[in-house]
Design a protein around this ligand. Structure first.
Ligand code: CA
Length: 521
Protein backbone atom coordinates (compact mmCIF):
# COMPACT_ATOMS: atom_id res chain seq x y z
CA UNK A 1 0.00 0.00 0.00
CA UNK A 2 2.70 2.41 1.02
CA UNK A 3 4.62 1.53 -2.08
CA UNK A 4 1.75 2.34 -4.47
CA UNK A 5 1.14 5.73 -2.84
CA UNK A 6 4.77 6.52 -3.31
CA UNK A 7 4.44 5.55 -6.93
CA UNK A 8 1.53 7.93 -7.54
CA UNK A 9 3.39 10.75 -5.82
CA UNK A 10 6.40 10.11 -8.03
CA UNK A 11 4.20 10.26 -11.14
CA UNK A 12 2.61 13.53 -10.10
CA UNK A 13 6.08 14.88 -9.47
CA UNK A 14 7.28 13.87 -12.96
CA UNK A 15 4.23 15.46 -14.63
CA UNK A 16 4.80 18.66 -12.63
CA UNK A 17 8.42 18.85 -13.71
CA UNK A 18 7.71 18.23 -17.37
CA UNK A 19 5.04 20.98 -17.48
CA UNK A 20 7.46 23.41 -15.87
CA UNK A 21 10.10 22.55 -18.47
CA UNK A 22 7.82 23.33 -21.44
CA UNK A 23 8.99 26.26 -23.54
CA UNK A 24 6.47 29.07 -24.15
CA UNK A 25 5.84 27.76 -27.70
CA UNK A 26 5.19 24.26 -26.44
CA UNK A 27 2.70 25.38 -23.81
CA UNK A 28 0.99 27.48 -26.51
CA UNK A 29 0.82 24.34 -28.67
CA UNK A 30 -0.93 22.54 -25.83
CA UNK A 31 -3.67 25.14 -26.14
CA UNK A 32 -3.75 25.47 -29.93
CA UNK A 33 -6.07 28.11 -31.36
CA UNK A 34 -9.29 27.05 -33.00
CA UNK A 35 -9.87 28.20 -36.57
CA UNK A 36 -13.29 29.39 -37.73
CA UNK A 37 -13.23 30.16 -41.44
CA UNK A 38 -16.44 31.85 -42.59
CA UNK A 39 -16.59 32.00 -46.34
CA UNK A 40 -19.11 33.22 -48.87
CA UNK A 41 -19.49 33.09 -52.61
CA UNK A 42 -19.10 36.20 -54.79
CA UNK A 43 -19.18 38.66 -51.89
CA UNK A 44 -17.41 41.90 -52.80
CA UNK A 45 -15.93 44.62 -50.62
CA UNK A 46 -18.52 47.07 -52.00
CA UNK A 47 -21.13 45.13 -49.99
CA UNK A 48 -19.42 45.15 -46.58
CA UNK A 49 -19.73 48.39 -44.62
CA UNK A 50 -16.27 47.94 -43.04
CA UNK A 51 -14.97 48.50 -46.60
CA UNK A 52 -17.65 50.68 -48.14
CA UNK A 53 -20.73 51.93 -46.34
CA UNK A 54 -22.49 53.43 -49.38
CA UNK A 55 -24.90 50.54 -49.99
CA UNK A 56 -25.25 48.38 -46.90
CA UNK A 57 -24.60 48.14 -43.18
CA UNK A 58 -23.10 44.83 -42.07
CA UNK A 59 -22.63 45.18 -38.29
CA UNK A 60 -21.47 41.63 -37.68
CA UNK A 61 -18.85 41.58 -40.42
CA UNK A 62 -17.77 45.02 -39.27
CA UNK A 63 -17.35 43.61 -35.78
CA UNK A 64 -14.63 41.25 -37.07
CA UNK A 65 -12.88 44.27 -38.61
CA UNK A 66 -13.27 46.39 -35.47
CA UNK A 67 -11.91 43.65 -33.24
CA UNK A 68 -9.30 42.45 -35.73
CA UNK A 69 -7.54 43.26 -38.99
CA UNK A 70 -8.99 44.37 -42.31
CA UNK A 71 -6.90 43.59 -45.39
CA UNK A 72 -7.43 46.03 -48.25
CA UNK A 73 -5.46 44.18 -50.90
CA UNK A 74 -6.34 40.52 -50.80
CA UNK A 75 -6.06 39.30 -54.39
CA UNK A 76 -7.26 35.97 -55.74
CA UNK A 77 -5.11 34.02 -58.21
CA UNK A 78 -8.02 33.02 -60.51
CA UNK A 79 -11.29 34.87 -59.96
CA UNK A 80 -13.86 32.09 -60.17
CA UNK A 81 -15.63 29.85 -57.65
CA UNK A 82 -14.18 26.33 -57.90
CA UNK A 83 -10.61 27.34 -58.75
CA UNK A 84 -10.46 29.74 -55.79
CA UNK A 85 -11.55 26.97 -53.43
CA UNK A 86 -8.92 24.61 -54.84
CA UNK A 87 -6.24 27.26 -54.26
CA UNK A 88 -7.38 27.61 -50.65
CA UNK A 89 -7.31 23.83 -50.10
CA UNK A 90 -3.81 23.40 -51.54
CA UNK A 91 -1.94 26.71 -51.27
CA UNK A 92 -1.06 26.28 -54.95
CA UNK A 93 -1.95 28.04 -58.21
CA UNK A 94 -4.47 26.37 -60.55
CA UNK A 95 -1.75 25.03 -62.88
CA UNK A 96 -0.37 22.95 -60.01
CA UNK A 97 -3.56 21.97 -58.15
CA UNK A 98 -5.20 20.95 -61.44
CA UNK A 99 -8.50 22.86 -60.96
CA UNK A 100 -8.46 25.53 -63.69
CA UNK A 101 -12.13 26.28 -64.25
CA UNK A 102 -15.59 25.47 -62.99
CA UNK A 103 -16.51 22.04 -64.31
CA UNK A 104 -13.13 20.52 -63.39
CA UNK A 105 -13.05 17.90 -60.65
CA UNK A 106 -10.78 18.50 -57.68
CA UNK A 107 -8.18 15.81 -57.13
CA UNK A 108 -8.81 15.30 -53.41
CA UNK A 109 -5.95 12.80 -53.15
CA UNK A 110 -3.41 15.61 -53.24
CA UNK A 111 -1.99 17.41 -50.22
CA UNK A 112 -4.45 19.85 -48.62
CA UNK A 113 -4.29 21.96 -45.49
CA UNK A 114 -7.27 20.23 -43.76
CA UNK A 115 -5.48 16.87 -44.07
CA UNK A 116 -2.37 18.33 -42.47
CA UNK A 117 -4.41 19.88 -39.66
CA UNK A 118 -6.20 16.59 -39.12
CA UNK A 119 -2.84 14.84 -38.77
CA UNK A 120 -1.93 17.47 -36.16
CA UNK A 121 -4.93 16.44 -34.06
CA UNK A 122 -7.29 19.16 -35.23
CA UNK A 123 -10.93 18.27 -35.59
CA UNK A 124 -11.91 19.43 -39.05
CA UNK A 125 -15.28 20.13 -40.67
CA UNK A 126 -16.68 21.75 -43.80
CA UNK A 127 -20.31 22.81 -43.87
CA UNK A 128 -22.09 24.52 -46.78
CA UNK A 129 -20.84 25.15 -50.27
CA UNK A 130 -17.98 22.90 -51.37
CA UNK A 131 -18.20 23.13 -55.18
CA UNK A 132 -15.14 21.02 -55.91
CA UNK A 133 -17.16 18.04 -57.27
CA UNK A 134 -15.12 15.30 -55.57
CA UNK A 135 -16.05 14.15 -52.04
CA UNK A 136 -14.33 16.31 -49.38
CA UNK A 137 -11.20 14.70 -47.93
CA UNK A 138 -9.35 15.69 -44.79
CA UNK A 139 -12.51 16.44 -42.82
CA UNK A 140 -13.84 14.61 -39.77
CA UNK A 141 -17.25 15.90 -40.77
CA UNK A 142 -18.65 17.25 -44.01
CA UNK A 143 -22.17 18.40 -44.82
CA UNK A 144 -22.12 20.15 -48.15
CA UNK A 145 -24.45 21.47 -50.83
CA UNK A 146 -24.74 19.35 -53.94
CA UNK A 147 -23.03 21.37 -56.66
CA UNK A 148 -23.99 25.01 -56.67
CA UNK A 149 -26.93 24.43 -54.31
CA UNK A 150 -30.25 26.34 -54.32
CA UNK A 151 -31.16 29.29 -52.06
CA UNK A 152 -34.07 27.41 -50.54
CA UNK A 153 -34.63 23.79 -49.47
CA UNK A 154 -31.15 22.45 -50.33
CA UNK A 155 -30.31 18.78 -50.67
CA UNK A 156 -26.97 18.27 -48.90
CA UNK A 157 -24.37 15.51 -48.88
CA UNK A 158 -22.87 14.04 -45.75
CA UNK A 159 -21.18 10.73 -44.94
CA UNK A 160 -23.75 8.01 -44.28
CA UNK A 161 -23.35 5.21 -41.72
CA UNK A 162 -21.25 3.21 -44.22
CA UNK A 163 -19.00 6.20 -44.90
CA UNK A 164 -20.45 6.72 -48.38
CA UNK A 165 -21.96 10.13 -49.29
CA UNK A 166 -25.64 10.30 -48.46
CA UNK A 167 -28.12 12.95 -49.67
CA UNK A 168 -30.37 14.58 -47.09
CA UNK A 169 -33.22 16.97 -47.89
CA UNK A 170 -33.83 20.20 -45.96
CA UNK A 171 -36.58 22.80 -45.75
CA UNK A 172 -35.75 26.46 -45.25
CA UNK A 173 -33.35 29.19 -46.33
CA UNK A 174 -29.94 27.82 -47.22
CA UNK A 175 -27.86 30.51 -45.46
CA UNK A 176 -29.75 29.83 -42.21
CA UNK A 177 -29.52 26.05 -42.62
CA UNK A 178 -25.74 26.20 -43.10
CA UNK A 179 -25.44 28.39 -40.00
CA UNK A 180 -27.64 26.05 -37.92
CA UNK A 181 -25.49 23.11 -38.98
CA UNK A 182 -22.25 24.95 -38.19
CA UNK A 183 -23.54 25.82 -34.71
CA UNK A 184 -24.72 22.26 -34.12
CA UNK A 185 -21.33 20.89 -35.10
CA UNK A 186 -19.50 23.34 -32.83
CA UNK A 187 -21.72 22.20 -29.98
CA UNK A 188 -21.38 18.48 -30.62
CA UNK A 189 -17.66 18.26 -31.48
CA UNK A 190 -15.11 16.65 -29.18
CA UNK A 191 -14.27 19.61 -26.96
CA UNK A 192 -10.86 18.23 -25.98
CA UNK A 193 -9.43 18.87 -29.43
CA UNK A 194 -8.84 22.15 -31.26
CA UNK A 195 -11.07 22.61 -34.32
CA UNK A 196 -10.95 24.01 -37.82
CA UNK A 197 -14.42 24.70 -39.21
CA UNK A 198 -15.09 25.97 -42.73
CA UNK A 199 -18.60 27.47 -42.75
CA UNK A 200 -19.17 28.23 -46.42
CA UNK A 201 -22.21 30.03 -47.74
CA UNK A 202 -23.77 29.77 -51.16
CA UNK A 203 -24.87 33.39 -50.91
CA UNK A 204 -24.62 35.90 -52.47
CA UNK A 205 -24.04 33.91 -55.69
CA UNK A 206 -26.38 34.39 -58.69
CA UNK A 207 -29.47 34.31 -58.79
CA UNK A 208 -29.62 36.25 -55.51
CA UNK A 209 -32.77 34.92 -53.84
CA UNK A 210 -33.21 36.73 -50.52
CA UNK A 211 -34.38 35.02 -47.36
CA UNK A 212 -38.00 35.50 -46.19
CA UNK A 213 -36.88 38.07 -43.62
CA UNK A 214 -35.41 40.45 -46.19
CA UNK A 215 -37.74 40.17 -49.20
CA UNK A 216 -38.94 43.74 -48.74
CA UNK A 217 -35.87 45.21 -47.09
CA UNK A 218 -34.43 48.18 -49.08
CA UNK A 219 -37.73 48.62 -50.96
CA UNK A 220 -37.84 52.31 -50.11
CA UNK A 221 -34.24 53.24 -50.81
CA UNK A 222 -32.29 53.93 -53.99
CA UNK A 223 -28.94 52.16 -54.15
CA UNK A 224 -26.20 54.52 -55.41
CA UNK A 225 -25.03 53.70 -58.92
CA UNK A 226 -21.33 53.02 -59.38
CA UNK A 227 -19.40 55.65 -61.35
CA UNK A 228 -18.65 53.19 -64.14
CA UNK A 229 -22.18 51.82 -64.63
CA UNK A 230 -22.28 53.36 -68.12
CA UNK A 231 -18.79 52.28 -69.20
CA UNK A 232 -18.52 51.93 -73.00
CA UNK A 233 -15.22 49.91 -72.88
CA UNK A 234 -13.58 52.26 -75.37
CA UNK A 235 -10.30 52.58 -73.48
CA UNK A 236 -9.47 48.86 -73.48
CA UNK A 237 -8.81 46.01 -75.90
CA UNK A 238 -11.58 43.90 -77.49
CA UNK A 239 -12.02 41.60 -74.46
CA UNK A 240 -13.90 44.15 -72.32
CA UNK A 241 -16.52 44.74 -75.01
CA UNK A 242 -16.93 41.08 -76.05
CA UNK A 243 -17.97 39.76 -72.64
CA UNK A 244 -21.53 38.71 -71.83
CA UNK A 245 -22.10 39.98 -68.30
CA UNK A 246 -23.85 43.30 -68.61
CA UNK A 247 -26.78 44.40 -66.48
CA UNK A 248 -28.19 45.92 -69.66
CA UNK A 249 -28.36 42.71 -71.72
CA UNK A 250 -27.40 39.63 -69.77
CA UNK A 251 -29.47 39.56 -66.61
CA UNK A 252 -32.41 37.28 -67.35
CA UNK A 253 -36.01 37.40 -66.11
CA UNK A 254 -35.22 34.79 -63.49
CA UNK A 255 -32.25 36.82 -62.17
CA UNK A 256 -34.57 39.84 -61.99
CA UNK A 257 -37.33 37.88 -60.19
CA UNK A 258 -39.79 38.61 -63.00
CA UNK A 259 -40.28 34.87 -63.52
CA UNK A 260 -39.37 31.71 -61.65
CA UNK A 261 -39.26 31.09 -57.94
CA UNK A 262 -36.67 28.35 -57.78
CA UNK A 263 -37.38 25.36 -55.56
CA UNK A 264 -39.86 27.07 -53.20
CA UNK A 265 -42.60 25.09 -51.49
CA UNK A 266 -46.21 26.34 -51.45
CA UNK A 267 -45.84 28.23 -48.20
CA UNK A 268 -42.59 29.90 -49.31
CA UNK A 269 -44.15 30.81 -52.67
CA UNK A 270 -46.94 32.70 -50.91
CA UNK A 271 -44.43 34.80 -48.94
CA UNK A 272 -42.33 35.32 -52.07
CA UNK A 273 -45.24 36.36 -54.27
CA UNK A 274 -46.57 38.72 -51.62
CA UNK A 275 -43.21 40.51 -51.76
CA UNK A 276 -42.35 40.43 -55.49
CA UNK A 277 -45.88 40.41 -56.97
CA UNK A 278 -46.70 44.08 -56.30
CA UNK A 279 -43.16 45.24 -57.17
CA UNK A 280 -43.31 43.39 -60.49
CA UNK A 281 -46.77 44.76 -61.28
CA UNK A 282 -45.54 48.30 -60.69
CA UNK A 283 -42.60 47.70 -63.05
CA UNK A 284 -44.76 46.20 -65.80
CA UNK A 285 -47.18 49.11 -65.57
CA UNK A 286 -44.34 51.63 -65.88
CA UNK A 287 -42.24 49.76 -68.47
CA UNK A 288 -44.00 51.00 -71.67
CA UNK A 289 -43.03 54.57 -70.79
CA UNK A 290 -39.46 53.82 -69.74
CA UNK A 291 -36.42 54.62 -71.87
CA UNK A 292 -33.71 52.02 -72.41
CA UNK A 293 -31.63 53.88 -69.84
CA UNK A 294 -34.50 53.84 -67.33
CA UNK A 295 -34.74 50.07 -67.75
CA UNK A 296 -31.00 49.58 -67.11
CA UNK A 297 -31.42 51.70 -63.98
CA UNK A 298 -34.38 49.62 -62.86
CA UNK A 299 -32.48 46.38 -63.49
CA UNK A 300 -29.51 47.69 -61.53
CA UNK A 301 -31.75 48.52 -58.56
CA UNK A 302 -33.50 45.15 -58.61
CA UNK A 303 -30.24 43.26 -59.00
CA UNK A 304 -28.25 45.25 -56.41
CA UNK A 305 -31.03 45.08 -53.82
CA UNK A 306 -31.46 41.32 -54.16
CA UNK A 307 -27.69 40.86 -53.89
CA UNK A 308 -27.54 43.05 -50.77
CA UNK A 309 -30.52 41.23 -49.24
CA UNK A 310 -28.64 37.94 -49.60
CA UNK A 311 -25.57 39.55 -48.01
CA UNK A 312 -27.70 40.67 -45.07
CA UNK A 313 -28.46 37.04 -44.20
CA UNK A 314 -24.75 36.20 -44.43
CA UNK A 315 -24.08 39.04 -41.99
CA UNK A 316 -26.72 37.62 -39.64
CA UNK A 317 -25.00 34.25 -39.88
CA UNK A 318 -21.68 35.81 -38.89
CA UNK A 319 -23.42 37.44 -35.93
CA UNK A 320 -24.79 34.10 -34.71
CA UNK A 321 -21.40 32.42 -35.00
CA UNK A 322 -19.62 35.24 -33.13
CA UNK A 323 -22.31 35.12 -30.45
CA UNK A 324 -21.77 31.38 -30.04
CA UNK A 325 -18.03 31.92 -29.58
CA UNK A 326 -18.79 34.54 -26.90
CA UNK A 327 -21.36 32.41 -25.08
CA UNK A 328 -19.26 29.25 -25.12
CA UNK A 329 -16.08 30.96 -23.94
CA UNK A 330 -14.33 30.05 -27.20
CA UNK A 331 -13.86 33.58 -28.52
CA UNK A 332 -10.49 34.17 -26.81
CA UNK A 333 -8.79 31.17 -28.35
CA UNK A 334 -10.43 31.14 -31.79
CA UNK A 335 -9.13 32.90 -34.85
CA UNK A 336 -12.07 34.03 -37.01
CA UNK A 337 -11.48 34.62 -40.71
CA UNK A 338 -14.06 36.03 -43.09
CA UNK A 339 -13.48 35.95 -46.82
CA UNK A 340 -15.12 35.17 -50.15
CA UNK A 341 -13.97 33.08 -53.12
CA UNK A 342 -13.52 36.28 -55.14
CA UNK A 343 -14.77 39.83 -55.53
CA UNK A 344 -17.60 40.89 -57.79
CA UNK A 345 -19.07 43.63 -60.00
CA UNK A 346 -21.95 45.30 -58.27
CA UNK A 347 -22.66 47.26 -61.43
CA UNK A 348 -19.11 48.57 -61.97
CA UNK A 349 -18.34 48.66 -65.73
CA UNK A 350 -22.05 47.90 -66.21
CA UNK A 351 -21.42 44.32 -65.05
CA UNK A 352 -22.44 41.58 -62.69
CA UNK A 353 -20.15 38.51 -62.23
CA UNK A 354 -16.37 38.23 -61.71
CA UNK A 355 -13.46 36.56 -63.68
CA UNK A 356 -11.46 39.67 -64.70
CA UNK A 357 -8.13 40.78 -63.35
CA UNK A 358 -9.68 44.24 -62.96
CA UNK A 359 -9.80 45.40 -59.35
CA UNK A 360 -13.37 44.57 -58.28
CA UNK A 361 -13.03 40.86 -59.04
CA UNK A 362 -9.28 40.53 -58.41
CA UNK A 363 -9.82 41.64 -54.83
CA UNK A 364 -11.68 39.68 -52.21
CA UNK A 365 -12.60 40.76 -48.69
CA UNK A 366 -10.41 39.48 -45.86
CA UNK A 367 -11.20 40.18 -42.22
CA UNK A 368 -9.37 38.39 -39.40
CA UNK A 369 -9.96 38.51 -35.66
CA UNK A 370 -7.34 36.87 -33.48
CA UNK A 371 -7.67 37.98 -29.86
CA UNK A 372 -4.38 38.68 -28.12
CA UNK A 373 -2.46 38.62 -31.41
CA UNK A 374 -4.06 41.01 -33.88
CA UNK A 375 -4.54 44.59 -32.85
CA UNK A 376 -8.19 45.66 -32.86
CA UNK A 377 -9.21 47.90 -35.73
CA UNK A 378 -5.97 47.37 -37.67
CA UNK A 379 -5.75 47.78 -41.44
CA UNK A 380 -3.18 46.07 -43.65
CA UNK A 381 -2.45 47.21 -47.21
CA UNK A 382 0.11 44.55 -48.15
CA UNK A 383 -0.53 42.34 -51.15
CA UNK A 384 -1.96 39.14 -49.69
CA UNK A 385 -3.88 36.38 -51.41
CA UNK A 386 -6.14 33.36 -51.08
CA UNK A 387 -2.90 31.55 -52.00
CA UNK A 388 -1.74 32.39 -48.45
CA UNK A 389 -4.71 30.95 -46.54
CA UNK A 390 -3.51 27.32 -46.32
CA UNK A 391 -0.09 28.30 -45.01
CA UNK A 392 -1.62 30.75 -42.55
CA UNK A 393 -3.91 28.08 -41.08
CA UNK A 394 -1.01 25.64 -40.74
CA UNK A 395 1.18 28.29 -39.13
CA UNK A 396 -1.58 29.28 -36.69
CA UNK A 397 -1.82 25.61 -35.69
CA UNK A 398 1.94 25.28 -35.32
CA UNK A 399 2.11 22.77 -38.20
CA UNK A 400 5.18 22.79 -40.48
CA UNK A 401 4.30 24.30 -43.87
CA UNK A 402 5.27 22.01 -46.79
CA UNK A 403 7.87 23.51 -49.16
CA UNK A 404 5.73 23.01 -52.25
CA UNK A 405 2.96 25.39 -51.14
CA UNK A 406 3.24 28.65 -53.06
CA UNK A 407 1.82 31.27 -50.71
CA UNK A 408 3.06 32.66 -47.46
CA UNK A 409 1.78 32.64 -43.90
CA UNK A 410 -0.03 35.83 -42.87
CA UNK A 411 0.83 35.27 -39.20
CA UNK A 412 3.57 37.96 -39.04
CA UNK A 413 1.16 40.46 -40.66
CA UNK A 414 -1.52 39.52 -38.15
CA UNK A 415 1.02 40.10 -35.39
CA UNK A 416 1.49 43.60 -36.76
CA UNK A 417 4.73 43.46 -38.72
CA UNK A 418 5.27 43.06 -42.44
CA UNK A 419 8.46 41.12 -43.31
CA UNK A 420 10.93 43.15 -45.44
CA UNK A 421 10.80 40.57 -48.20
CA UNK A 422 6.98 40.46 -48.42
CA UNK A 423 5.68 40.19 -52.02
CA UNK A 424 5.57 43.44 -53.98
CA UNK A 425 3.89 42.03 -57.07
CA UNK A 426 1.16 39.50 -57.74
CA UNK A 427 0.56 37.01 -60.56
CA UNK A 428 -2.98 36.29 -61.82
CA UNK A 429 -4.35 33.79 -64.37
CA UNK A 430 -7.92 33.16 -65.59
CA UNK A 431 -8.61 30.17 -67.88
CA UNK A 432 -12.38 29.74 -68.35
CA UNK A 433 -12.85 30.52 -72.04
CA UNK A 434 -14.81 29.25 -73.86
CA UNK A 435 -17.08 29.53 -70.89
CA UNK A 436 -19.82 31.47 -69.13
CA UNK A 437 -19.85 35.22 -69.84
CA UNK A 438 -17.17 34.94 -72.54
CA UNK A 439 -14.31 36.53 -70.66
CA UNK A 440 -11.05 36.03 -72.60
CA UNK A 441 -8.30 33.96 -71.03
CA UNK A 442 -5.76 36.24 -69.51
CA UNK A 443 -2.92 36.52 -67.10
CA UNK A 444 -1.09 39.48 -65.66
CA UNK A 445 0.82 41.13 -62.90
CA UNK A 446 0.08 43.99 -60.52
CA UNK A 447 2.09 45.74 -57.85
CA UNK A 448 -0.84 47.80 -56.61
CA UNK A 449 0.26 50.85 -58.60
CA UNK A 450 0.42 49.43 -62.11
CA UNK A 451 -1.26 46.45 -63.71
CA UNK A 452 -0.23 44.64 -66.88
CA UNK A 453 -2.70 42.19 -68.45
CA UNK A 454 -2.24 39.85 -71.42
CA UNK A 455 -5.41 38.50 -73.06
CA UNK A 456 -4.34 35.46 -75.08
CA UNK A 457 -7.40 33.43 -76.06
CA UNK A 458 -11.00 34.29 -76.89
CA UNK A 459 -13.63 31.93 -78.31
CA UNK A 460 -10.99 29.32 -79.25
CA UNK A 461 -8.94 31.90 -81.14
CA UNK A 462 -5.48 32.90 -80.13
CA UNK A 463 -5.27 36.67 -79.47
CA UNK A 464 -2.42 38.86 -78.31
CA UNK A 465 -3.92 41.90 -76.56
CA UNK A 466 -2.15 43.78 -73.80
CA UNK A 467 -3.44 46.37 -71.33
CA UNK A 468 -1.53 48.48 -68.86
CA UNK A 469 -3.19 50.55 -66.15
CA UNK A 470 -1.88 53.29 -63.93
CA UNK A 471 -4.03 52.52 -60.90
CA UNK A 472 -3.22 55.75 -59.07
CA UNK A 473 -4.32 57.96 -61.97
CA UNK A 474 -7.00 55.65 -63.28
CA UNK A 475 -8.37 53.61 -60.35
CA UNK A 476 -11.40 52.44 -62.37
CA UNK A 477 -9.15 51.04 -65.15
CA UNK A 478 -10.93 52.86 -67.96
CA UNK A 479 -7.95 53.77 -70.12
CA UNK A 480 -5.12 51.38 -70.93
CA UNK A 481 -1.77 53.16 -71.32
CA UNK A 482 -0.02 50.18 -72.86
CA UNK A 483 0.70 52.08 -76.10
CA UNK A 484 1.47 55.39 -74.41
CA UNK A 485 5.22 56.16 -74.92
CA UNK A 486 5.32 57.85 -71.50
CA UNK A 487 4.75 54.45 -69.94
CA UNK A 488 7.35 52.55 -72.00
CA UNK A 489 9.63 52.07 -69.02
CA UNK A 490 6.83 50.99 -66.67
CA UNK A 491 5.63 48.60 -69.35
CA UNK A 492 8.99 46.87 -69.67
CA UNK A 493 9.46 46.73 -65.89
CA UNK A 494 6.06 45.14 -65.45
CA UNK A 495 6.74 42.68 -68.25
CA UNK A 496 10.01 41.66 -66.60
CA UNK A 497 8.16 41.25 -63.31
CA UNK A 498 5.49 39.14 -64.99
CA UNK A 499 8.07 36.80 -66.54
CA UNK A 500 9.90 36.50 -63.27
CA UNK A 501 6.71 35.48 -61.43
CA UNK A 502 5.71 33.00 -64.13
CA UNK A 503 9.08 31.32 -63.77
CA UNK A 504 8.94 31.38 -59.97
CA UNK A 505 5.46 29.79 -59.89
CA UNK A 506 6.35 27.21 -62.58
CA UNK A 507 3.64 28.36 -65.01
CA UNK A 508 3.58 26.26 -68.20
CA UNK A 509 3.61 27.90 -71.64
CA UNK A 510 0.28 29.43 -72.81
CA UNK A 511 -2.10 27.27 -74.71
CA UNK A 512 -5.58 27.72 -76.13
CA UNK A 513 -6.28 24.01 -75.67
CA UNK A 514 -8.52 23.02 -72.79
CA UNK A 515 -6.14 22.97 -69.81
CA UNK A 516 -5.73 19.46 -68.43
CA UNK A 517 -5.14 18.86 -64.74
CA UNK A 518 -1.42 18.94 -63.94
CA UNK A 519 0.20 15.55 -63.48
CA UNK A 520 0.53 14.48 -59.90
CA UNK A 521 3.97 15.27 -58.59
CA1 CA B 1 -17.72 32.61 -56.52
Amino acid sequence: MKLSILFICAEVFVVGVSLALLSPTESLAANKPNILFIFSDDHCEQAISAYDSARITTPNLDRIAQEGMRFTRCYVTNSICGPSRAVIQTGKYSHLNGFFRNGNRFNGDQQTFPKLLQQANYQTAVIGKWHLVSTPQGFDYYDVLKGQGPYYNPPMLTAGPDGEPLTREHTGYTTDIITDKALAWLESRDKDQPFMLMCQHKAPHRNWMPGPKYLNWLDDVTIPEPETLWDDYSGRTQAASKQAMTIREHLNANDLKLTGRGPLNEEQKKVWDAAYGPKNEAFRAAEPNMTEEDIVRWKYQRYAKDYLRCVKSVDDSVGRLLQYLDDSGLAENTIVIYSSDQGWYLGEHGWFDKRWMYEESLKTPLLVRWPGVTQAGATNESIVSNLDFAETFLDVAGVTVPDDMQGRSLVPLLQGSVPNDWRQAFYYHYYENPGGHNVARHYGVTNGQYKLIHFYALARQSIDDWELFDLKRDPHELQSVYDDPKYAEVRSEMLAQLNELRTMYQVPEDTIEEPQPARRR
